[in-house]
Design a binder for this molecule. Structure first.
Ligand SMILES: Nc1ncnc2c1ncn2[C@@H]1O[C@H](COP(=O)(O)OP(=O)(O)OP(=O)(O)O)[C@@H](O)[C@H]1O
Ligand SMILES: [Mg+2]
Length: 151
């Protein structure tokens, strides 16, 4: 699989990167994001939502676990599910929170924070984004973006 690397130095640059990344997305895609607390997962997702012209405020659904936004894909209405698995403790909660149904919605785009908690439930062929902070500059973030095979 092809992996691209990017570095950002501010929240704004991360939003721009998410917006640029979103150009290659289509309905049905899953984007699994890994990265520690405050690494910029939500900022990156804000950029994706900006590209699809989402009007709602994009925030980590830490308590609600799944947020649904409405965007546009060309002339069509597009649903974007923003999933945050931070509070999930065990895999048997996936059914309960509606994650499996949500992932199966092939007309929607699904972006997942703390995706490492759900490894094994995603199809193999998805986008994977790994964010790491630099120990040199506090605002530097390194993005490793893995594309699915037939993106
Ligand atoms: N290069 C950067 N990219 C993104 N955010 C940055 C960057 N530099 C500093 N920041 C700051 O880091 C924070 C990132 O917050 P964000 O909510 O996106 O993180 P998160 O990974 O979603 O965290 P959580 O796991 O708590 O949901 C923001 O406060 C932002 O201003
Ligand atoms: Mg977040």
């Amino acid at each position: 699989m092809e992996t691209d690397h990017y570095i950002t130095y501010s929240e704004e640059e991360t939003i721009e990167l998410g917006k640029k990344f979103a150009e290659m997305l289509k309905p049905g895609d899953i984007i699994a994001i890994e990265g520690s607390l405050g690494s910029g997962k939500t900022e990156f997702i804000k950029g994706i939502c900006k590209f699809f012209e989402v009007q709602e405020i994009v925030t980590s659904p830490t308590f609600t676990i799944i947020n649904q936004y409405t965007g546009k894909f060309g002339d069509e209405v597009l649903s974007i599910y923003h999933i945050d698995l931070y509070r999930i403790k065990a895999k048997n909660e996936f059914e309960e929170i509606g994650l499996l149904d949500c992932l199966a919605d092939d007309r929607a785009i699904k972006v997942v924070e703390w995706a490492d908690k759900a490894n094994g439930i995603f199809p193999d062929n998805i986008y994977r984004v790994k964010i790491t902070s630099s120990n040199v500059n506090e605002n530097e973030r390194i993005f490793e973006i893995q594309m699915p095979l037939q993106a």
